[in-house]
Design a protein around this ligand. Structure first.
Ligand code: 26W
Length: 823
């Protein structure tokens, strides 16, 4: 493989020949985009043997395969990561530089594959990297959206959404696989037909349909020749619009089918943690699930003489949240209607094949499809869901006789809705949360009834991240330093990074660490200057909150603290504080008004603070436009403080928190999600923890909330900040602009409780923690030590560890080895 056998001269030759055959140019004449394309095609040629060999190994070993079903894969850029995992990054860098080309510039030609919103989508991408690196047979199954997550522009402080035409220049790594096309049916009616054996078969008629055409992307394992596949489905019309249909009077239908194909994969829904109930979204779900499930069943049948009875021994469907839950009834349909199995047999197989991961307890995120919509769009699937529900209700009644309240609470079909989470739980053999605290809350609160009835299904899998992208690729300076100190074992076994622990006490190592952090801050400062036109001081504390914008994540509390600090400086311009740069990056869902208003507030505060001569560089506020995977890599590397300040109990896990830790930032956070486990690993003395506990938050919630007005009345600093939202201080005199935010904190705007995310309740505790950050940073020796200890204790948070736990407890896969002997 390229690992051992990277041939620089050969590589240069091939790139030159690709540039020639693709563009009729020499390398010198080619644009950087053309060089980028040529480099990618060259790499694709080089990995195709391993890709084939991997699949050959799956067949030879009759491997069990996990199909990771996900509406989102937030891959970021492929080129750099592929080169790293092939072991060719250094070689290619050298080869290109001999041609006078900078690999970083070539990498910058690539668009992010932004086929996801945030945490859930990025987790899927990290999991694919770990699965391939550990050598486990896996497919990612998703949708080839024409437009991914929108590109964010900031104009006049407001977010503007620009379509993400990521395929404009083509995708050199993808491979269209027409031969694995499936037809997917929507709507129409179901007719039961009696077969000769007396059983019934069900036929969906008068329906619309589209073709699902798969595109495969290689997922390259690190240094092991294993190449897994991400299969994303595109939609095409069944027969392109033709006169024939017109003649037959099917004109309308032909147009409709063409439109369906066009719209179904048009765009990723940009909602994070918010269910909108859009018909097209349900179509997307069934579209990719039907194709993926049937592809998996067909592959299994081909290898096992057409008999599906032992499917679960070789296939596992892992459902990434409830979005792919139609996999349960779809597999039932395939097993019964297409394979001729009876209900009991089919149910036994299905519930041994499907597993479900829950990623959120936010009530507004729960998918509940209206039955009329669901049954109209998926008539046969709905019949099956009805029967699943009927049998499940009977089970509840026999388990809890006379307890109709239980039945109502747990029914899959209730109040005119299909409760997807309940369908997922009932149809799966495993239900997991994504951090210890989150799983506990599921078991004790949100899914209590289900946990009581079927405790054996429940388990925790604390999330993780891939160190190959977020340290090795994103932070080469620190990666090299770690390797110099503890060897390169950490790249595939992050626990080995604990070898750094003793170095935290070595002043020379601390100095080296500080230098690296400083260089990374200079790199980010340069990025900010280029993209925002703002000068930031690399010697200030880089205090960073980057994540989706959501009320529960409390970016509002962060910017309110900046307002508070600004007021303190105005009261006393001599105020002794360590210079701080508050950095934000966040996309708001396009229809989430309050979140977008928070972005405007951040930018408005930035304008005032950054341009006030009295502030004199003590604090700066920067909003980084279009936060995404590729600039995240640069941001994590440069951070000192990691803001993880969600209302306790609301953030299921968080994964950004782990990326900061790995890059030596100190956590400023609540005891929420995986923060709890981060603090457990690194020690509370090396983090800044504040705020209500999850238990306290839940107790308040169960008792009708709290009175934010009491905080307003008793705390003059908080009162001043709140008043500034409605006195025009940060809005050029406009008193109405931010009123909604003010009201949401004090008087409940648009219904609900005021300050339901406990911002005012936690504010003092947060400000105190910020003071501790300031004090701690003055002791540079202490800070460097704590930062190194954060890196050193990040071993648990590799997605390699997470994946190994999924394999041991849920998937039960066996590793494959792929030997590429030189011929
Ligand atoms: C139906 C609308 C919708 C869309 C996306 C509902 C829910 C989602 C996701 C579940 C939101 C999400 O990304 N959740 C995040 O998942 C991460 C990976 O497990 C966790 O680290 C985050 O805490 C969680 O918010």
């Amino acid at each position: 493989m390229m690992n051992q056998a990277f041939d620089k001269e050969e590589f240069k030759k091939q790139v030159a020949s690709k540039v020639k055959s693709l563009y009729r140019k020499t390398i010198d004449e080619a644009s950087m985009q053309q060089v980028f394309q040529a480099v990618c095609y060259t790499i694709k040629d080089q990995i195709v043997d391993e890709w084939m060999a991997t699949h050959e190994a799956f067949r030879e070993n009759d491997s069990k395969i996990v199909y990771y079903l996900s509406m989102e894969f937030l891959m970021g850029r492929a080129l750099g990561n592929n080169l790293i995992n092939m072991g060719a990054y250094g070689g290619v860098k050298e080869a290109l530089s001999e041609l006078g080309i900078d690999l970083n510039v070539v990498e910058d030609q690539e668009r992010d594959y932004a086929l996801g919103n945030g945490g859930l989508g990025r987790l899927a991408a990290c999991f694919l990297d770990s699965l391939a690196t550990l050598g486990y047979p896996a497919y990612g199954c998703g949708i080839r959206y024409k437009y991914g997550m929108f590109k964010q522009e900031i104009r006049d402080g407001y977010q503007i959404e620009v379509p993400d035409d990521w395929l404009k220049n083509g995708n050199p790594f993808e491979m269209r696989r027409d031969e694995y096309t499936y037809e997917v049916k929507f709507g129409g009616t179901v007719r039961a037909e009696q077969k000769p054996d007396g059983n019934y078969t069900y036929i969906q008629e008068n329906c619309q349909s589209v073709l699902a055409v798969p595109y495969d992307l290689p997922i390259i394992g690190y240094g092991n020749n294993v190449i897994n596949t991400l299969r994303i489905w595109d939609a095409e019309p069944v027969n392109t619009f033709c006169l024939e249909s017109f003649d037959r009077g099917d004109y309308q239908k032909a147009v409709e089918q063409e439109n369906l194909a066009k719209t179904i994969v048009e765009v990723l829904y940009p909602n994070d943690n918010h269910y909108a109930g859009k018909e097209l979204r349900l179509k997307q779900q069934y579209f990719f699930i039907s194709a993926s499930v049937r592809a998996a069943v067909d592959r299994y049948k081909n290898l096992h003489g057409g008999d599906v009875h032992h499917l679960y021994e070789k296939v596992c469907f892992q459902m990434n949240d409830t979005h792919p839950t139609v996999a349960v009834p779809e597999l039932m349909r395939v097993l019964m209607d297409e394979e001729g199995l009876g209900w009991d047999e089919a149910w036994d197989i299905t519930t041994k094949t499907c597993a479900y991961t829950n990623h959120t307890i936010m009530a507004e995120a729960l998918e509940k499809w209206p039955i009329d919509l669901f049954s109209r769009l998926l008539p046969r699937i709905y019949q099956i869901v009805e029967e699943i529900n009927r049998r499940f209700m009977a089970e509840i009644r026999s388990r809890y006789p006379g307890n109709e309240e239980k039945v109502e609470k747990m029914a899959i079909l209730y109040n005119g809705q299909v409760r997807m989470a309940y369908l997922a739980i009932v149809g799966s053999f495993s239900v997991n949360g994504v951090a210890r605290l989150h799983t506990e809350i599921l078991e004790k609160q949100e899914l209590k009834d289900f946990y009581e009835m079927m405790p054996q299904k429940f388990n925790n899998k604390t999330n993780g991240i891939t160190q190959r992208r977020f340290l090795l690729h994103g932070n080469p300076l620190l990666a090299d330093w770690v390797t110099e100190k503890v060897g390169d074992g950490w790249i595939t076994d992050l626990r080995k990074i604990s070898g750094l622990i003793p170095l935290a006490d070595d002043p020379a190592c601390r100095e080296q660490f500080r230098q690296i952090k400083r260089q990374n801050k200079v790199r980010l400062a340069k990025y900010i200057k280029e993209h925002n036109g703002i000068d930031v001081n690399p010697d200030s504390i880089f205090d960073v909150q980057v994540k989706r914008l959501h009320e529960y994540k409390r970016q509002l509390m962060n910017i309110m603290h900046v307002m508070y600090l600004y007021n303190k400086i105005k009261e006393n311009p001599q105020l002794d504080i360590v210079p701080r740069t508050f950095i934000f990056g966040a996309k708001a869902a396009a229809g989430y008004h309050r979140a977008k208003l928070t972005i405007k507030l951040i930018n408005s505060v930035a304008d005032v603070v950054n341009n006030d001569p009295q502030v004199n560089g003590k604090i700066k506020v920067v909003f980084i436009e279009d936060y995404r995977v590729s600039n995240a890599e640069i941001i994590f590397a440069a951070s000192d403080v990691s803001e993880q300040i969600s209302t306790a109990s609301k953030e299921a896990s968080g994964t950004g928190n782990m990326k900061f830790m790995l890059n030596g930032a100190l956590t400023l956070g609540t005891m929420d999600g995986a923060n709890v486990e981060i603090v457990e690993e690194v020690g509370a003395e090396n983090a800044f923890i504040f705020g209500l506990s999850a238990e306290e938050v839940i107790r308040y919630e169960n008792n009708g909330g709290y009175y934010p007005m009491e905080v307003y009345n008793s705390d003059p600093d908080v009162r001043k900040v709140l008043n500034q939202m409605i006195d025009g201080t940060f809005s050029g005199g406009d008193k109405e602009l931010f009123r909604e935010l003010y009201e949401s904190l004090l008087n409940s705007w648009g219904g609900g409780r005021p300050d339901c995310y406990f911002i005012l309740k936690d504010f003092r505790s947060y400000a105190d923690a910020q003071k501790r950050v300031d004090a701690a940073y003055r002791d540079q020796e202490w800070w460097a030590k704590a930062a190194i200890l954060n890196v050193a204790h990040s071993g648990k948070f590799s997605s390699d560890r997470t994946i190994q736990e999924y394999v041991d407890d849920i998937w039960h896969l066996e590793k494959v080895t792929v030997n590429m002997d030189e011929e």
